[in-house]
Design a protein around this ligand. Structure first.
Ligand code: C5P
Length: 288
């Protein structure tokens, strides 16, 4: 059996440069992998071809069939490698769906890496990158992880140096955002540039002095509960927050990791929301 941890991805800053002819949007995003939350994946080789998937989740909306991106990643990889064997996937979900944290993309990336290792498939990294880009805009980043500028649709990656363990607080409201709806709202609003700028943590300031997310005004129009959630979160944490990707999670940069658990408990009690102390990690997938 091969096991992997699939780490959530977090856009520290997200500029949407404009719509593209293919229906996607041109992006420039500083994106990092974070240690919490993460999903776990076990891959067991099978003598017969094909993919099976078991999902442990408390979210009834997470697909457990061939629609699941981990399943689709496994099927695409086996087909690409013309594999004669099959695999059984067992996925434990902890990254909330619809939070803008790339959970499905992280699972797909972990599947590509763990299944290649489990079956010793002769698929090189370049082919894995291609498969990742076909599966979704965030999968190429999750495959590598760490810290990178994401450009294009998300598949053009420029790795950047960032210290590990940059502390943050992640707050996930008890409602979710649909990514396509948020991008559509961004179009309908005429392509807003967010004017809300959040001072970057000291470790990030040399790359980017302020964090900003152009999808935030769009997401807060799609679901006005987000604005209230953010304002109350900021009041309790005593610091500004910025939306993660297309939402619904917000990130609060903090300078001192030691203060995190206390703030997390206070904020989660006030909101009934999941509040997770987290920090940057060096990759998107870790085999164990
Ligand atoms: O690529 P992925 O399937 O993850 O994208 C989900 C949706 O997010 C797309 O259907 C599109 O509406 C939106 N999207 C976008 N531009 C991007 C990435 C995603 O418009 N660069």
């Amino acid at each position: 059996m091969t096991s992997a941890r699939a780490f959530a991805k977090l856009t520290l800053s997200l500029r949407v440069l404009g719509p593209r002819d293919d229906g996607y949007h041109e992006l420039e995003a500083l994106t990092v992998s974070i240690g919490q939350p993460h999903d776990t994946l076990d891959v067991i080789p099978q003598p017969d071809p094909g993919v099976s998937l078991a999902v442990e989740t408390d979210d009834p909306d997470v697909p457990t069939d061939g629609e699941n991106l981990a399943y689709r990643a496994a099927a695409a990889l086996l087909e690409s490698a013309a594999a004669e064997a099959g695999i059984a996937l067992s996925l434990t979900k902890r990254i909330p769906a619809g939070a803008g944290l790339g959970g499905a993309s992280a699972d797909a990336a972990a599947t590509l890496i763990a299944a290649r290792a489990a079956l010793a498939l002769e698929v090189d990294d370049a082919r894995l990158d291609e498969l990742a880009a076909e599966l979704g805009s965030d999968v190429p980043f999750c495959l590598r992880g760490g810290a990178a500028w994401m450009r294009g649709r998300g598949e053009l990656l420029e790795a950047v140096e960032l210290p590990l363990g940059v502390p943050m607080l992640l707050a996930v409201p008890p409602f979710r955002c649909a990514t396509p709806a948020v991008y559509r709202a961004w179009d309908d609003l005429g392509g807003p540039r967010s004017q809300r700028r959040v001072p970057a943590p000291a470790a990030v300031a040399s790359l980017l002095p302020e964090l900003v997310n152009d999808l935030e005004p769009a997401a807060e129009v799609v679901d006005p509960r987000l604005t209230e959630f953010r304002e109350r979160l900021e009041a309790v944490a005593g610091r500004p927050a910025v939306l993660a990707g297309s939402g619904s999670a917000y990130v609060v940069p903090v300078d001192d990791a030691r203060s995190l658990p206390d703030v997390a408990i206070e904020v989660s009690e006030r909101f009934g929301a999941a509040v997770v102390p987290t920090a940057t990690v060096s990759r998107g997938v870790r085999l164990s």
